[in-house]
Ligand binder design. Structure first.
Ligand SMILES: Nc1ncnc2c1ncn2[C@@H]1O[C@H](COP(=O)(O)OP(=O)(O)O)[C@@H](O)[C@H]1O
Ligand SMILES: O=C(O)[C@@H](O)C(=O)COP(=O)(O)O
Length: 423
């Protein structure tokens, strides 16, 4: 069996399918594992993505889990390691991008790496070290109100430096415009200045593809999913050489579980309800008061599932999220809602749902773990960064289709578009 070339560690589950999707589109055969597998890889793959739920946990735990993933990936013989985080650089004050990056560098004996969240297909661009989300700077975008990782500084050199011991620098757009030779020259300058990590400017797919060869010699790259489109060429693979898995035909009932409070998800929920979709809103304060909200949601869903996709959502606008957090605390509110949505996802699958969209990275982590899924196959793309996947679960031995939607990905009609693609 061929050895995998690229070993990836993703800090959340939507991010993992996003990266796997871009690698597949770039020509790689990809295996996506949920958590660190307890056995060696048993199928041919060019890349393996290990999905962790480590974005918002304490930094020391994120480091420990990432190092465990690294160890397993090294045992599979990977040649390069890719630490995948969010294209909006989602982090807490403590990290975890800086601490995990530095721990991986130390373990790999690597003295330099890059940090590039650019994902132009979804409007994430980096210019002079500043991250833009569409036409807005990161700190002016909806990300300033994220329930768990509010992003209030758009200067990524400053953000990464605040989480890191080593020195952070910038490979700016002028060097990137000169292609791999210009980038190599800039990296040498930065190394001479004692810089260990460099944010990389990138504003287009063309730049990311052209820059790809510049990363070939790095044992570790850290990024959103964007740079993945430039990596397969380093291993002699190109778009069109691999293909998205042919997923089995879709069967079973359809549902959406949404715990994302991001701007795009709020618009998607509004649009689904506006167009006549059936929705059940979860009130976190009722959960906190001990009401069996999951049972109520499942009771509500059971009579509606035959008629078409149902939506169960905790998605809310920032003011309402803040009010809940003020009452319950940020972490407690997040965990309460995630656990409830995970129990609902389990109940829905037990009730015959086999086409499930989950909106939100932390939410997806909680749901996929609750479904006992170990591995996912990547299928066709619904929207940039969001593929349909297929997985086996002890609750659905025949398998189920899953789409893990990152909070800010997808247009307003995403939920209906997703099911339409499976028809
Ligand atoms: N109404 C709500 N009030 C407070 N917290 C909420 C509410 N709805 C969802 N949450 C929490 O907000 C977080 C959203 O994060 P996540 O699922 O990663 O979404 P995104 O992909 O948009 O970042 C989760 O921890 C979720 O449980
Ligand atoms: O890179 C991205 O933006 C996504 O792949 C991602 O990580 C999304 O995280 P959530 O918005 O928390 O789903």
């Amino acid at each position: 069996m061929t050895r995998p070339l690229l070993g990836c560690i993703a800090d959340d589950f939507t991010g993992a399918t996003d990266l796997a999707n871009n690698l597949v589109r770039g020509g790689m055969r990809v295996v996506q594992a949920i958590g660190v597998p307890d056995a060696p890889l048993d199928e041919p793959a060019d890349a393996i993505v290990v999905a962790l739920k480590s974005r918002t946990i304490p930094a020391d735990q994120a480091v420990a889990q990432s190092l465990e993933a690294l160890c397993w990936l090294q045992a599979q013989g990977v040649q390069q390691v890719y630490f995948k985080y969010c294209s909006t650089f989602d982090s807490t004050r403590a990290g975890n991008i800086g601490p995990v990056t530095e721990a991986l560098m130390d373990a790999l004996g690597c003295d330099f790496t890059i940090a590039c969240p650019a994902f132009p297909d979804n409007g994430r661009t980096v210019f002079k070290g500043y991250l833009f989300v569409g036409d807005e700077l990161l700190h002016e975008s909806g990300m300033r109100n994220h329930p768990l990782t509010p992003m209030t500084d758009s200067n990524l050199v400053r953000v990464l430096q605040s989480q890191s011991k080593g020195k952070v620098g910038l490979v700016d757009y002028r060097s990137v415009a000169r292609g791999p030779a210009g980038i190599a020259q800039r990296i040498e300058q930065l190394r001479a200045q004692g810089v260990r990590m460099a944010v990389v400017d990138a504003t287009s797919n063309d730049e990311l593809i052209a820059a790809g060869p510049a990363w070939a010699g790095l044992p570790l790259v850290t990024a959103g999913s964007g740079i993945a489109i430039g990596l397969p060429q380093n291993f002699g693979l190109h778009a069109g050489t691999g293909e998205a898995a042919q997923l089995p035909p879709a069967q079973g009932l359809r549902a959406i579980v949404s715990g994302s409070c991001s701007v795009a998800t709020n618009a998607q929920v509004v649009e689904f309800l506006r167009s006549g979709g059936a929705g059940f809103a979860i009130d976190p304060l009722q959960l906190a008061a001990g009401q069996d909200v999951p049972a109520q949601a499942l009771e509500w869903a059971r009579s509606r599932l035959e008629a078409g996709p149902v939506l169960v959502y905790a998605t809310a606008e920032p003011a309402s999220v803040r009010a809940v957090q003020d009452r319950l605390g940020v972490e407690a509110a997040g965990a309460l809602v995630e656990n409830a949505l995970a129990a609902i996802a389990q109940g829905l699958v037990r009730a015959g749902v086999a086409q499930l969209v989950v909106a939100g990275g932390e939410t997806s982590g909680a749901c996929v773990q609750a479904l006992g899924i170990a591995r996912m196959r990547i299928g066709p793309q619904i929207a940039p960064g969001v593929p349909w996947c297929h997985a086996r679960s002890p609750l659905a031995p025949q398998g189920l289709h899953l789409a893990l939607k990152s909070g800010n990905f997808g247009g307003a009609g995403f939920f209906r578009d997703a099911f339409e693609l499976l028809r």
